[in-house]
Design a binder for this molecule. Structure first.
Ligand SMILES: [Zn+2]
Length: 320
């Protein structure tokens, strides 16, 4: 984590006391879930977003973006790389194994200094305050690629779904029974109809394995800039659901310190192969083998045993 000040706010703001520890906690949690040989550097700002932008940002808690987008090619016929598709830099570095941008940050994020924040690290709800760890977890996921290219032009108000190329996330988005987002025109009234159809899904083998069916994408009849198409549908994973981290809206009672199996499956689908949820979130049973990635692992492993159950043997094996 790299904490920077801007003309719109400084980390020395008394209201930001404790914020950095919470943000670092979330970044470390992602670091323990993902597999990449290249360190992901995240730059964070504490800013008055309605001064930086305009009053429409009063209700924005935070936002994040990849600092750069790249296209990839592969000579391997079995490659799962999508050509003519934008990948966020952190994912590009995971895939290529190269530090593509040297000392520059891979993800840039901003937190709204006007919002009431809780910097609790242990999922304690603080009345009337948003859980900083939760919001940071959510924003980092966007920076890792949980984001659509779909957007509304600020002047013409025309909707489009790609810049030059669709984002890797878009390759798995479809409408209705099987109309792929990448098969519709990138801009125009037909595009608008699909992007505001309230009938959108994320479809991929990894996600279907974890969710049985295609999870719904947030695609309301009225376009919501910054939220439409880049989240799970708000009512699909309700507040307390384990997968609700990546819905567009949150309230002060929502606390999620991981993306849930389906949320993580979206990231695995787009290329974060090997990502795993925190181990202590999983129940394991007698004779189960617990696989740990990466190997060697640097995270702590906690083993909790139900009352009355004895562990007769615990073996550590270097399997692969
Ligand atoms: Zn979001």
């Amino acid at each position: 984590m790299i904490f920077k000040n801007s003309q719109y706010g400084s980390w020395s703001d008394p209201k930001a006391q404790g914020a950095q520890a919470a943000i670092q906690y979330a970044a470390t949690a992602w670091g323990n879930m993902l597999v990449s040989n290249i360190e992901i550097k995240i730059e964070a700002y504490w800013e008055n977003l309605s001064v930086k932008h305009d009053s429409s940002f009063l209700n924005t808690l935070a936002y994040a973006r990849a600092s750069k987008l790249y296209t990839l090619t592969s000579n391997d016929p079995n490659s799962t790389i999508f050509t003519n598709t934008y990948y966020p830099i952190a994912l590009v570095e995971k895939i290529t194994g190269n530090n593509e941008n040297q000392n520059e940050s891979e993800i840039i994020m901003s937190f709204n200094s006007l919002k009431p924040w809780s910097f609790s690290l242990d999922k304690t709800q603080v009345q009337g305050k948003y859980d900083m760890v939760t919001i940071t977890m959510h924003e980092i996921a966007h920076g890792l690629g949980f984001v659509s290219s779909a957007k509304e032009d600020s002047v013409t108000k025309v909707l489009s779904h790609s810049v030059m190329f669709p984002f890797i996330f878009d390759q798995f988005v479809e409408f209705g029974s099987n109309k792929k987002l990448t098969s519709i025109a990138s801009t125009g009234s037909g595009t608008t109809t699909w992007l505001t159809s309230n009938n959108s899904f994320f479809n991929g083998p990894e996600v279907k394995l974890k969710n049985n069916t295609r999870p719904e994408i947030f695609c309301p009849f009225t376009w919501v800039q910054g939220s439409s198409m880049s989240h799970f549908n708000e009512n699909y994973f309700i507040g307390s659901d384990k997968n609700a981290l990546m819905t567009p809206y949150t309230n002060v009672t929502e606390i999620h310190h991981d993306p849930g199996e389906v949320g993580l499956a979206v990231l695995i689908e787009i290329g974060w192969v090997g990502a795993v949820l925190p181990l202590e979130e999983f129940p394991y049973y007698s004779n189960d083998v617990i696989k740990i990635f990466p190997n060697p692992a640097s995270a702590n492993i906690k083993i909790r045993v139900e009352n009355g159950i004895e562990i007769s043997e615990l073996r550590m094996l270097n399997i692969e």
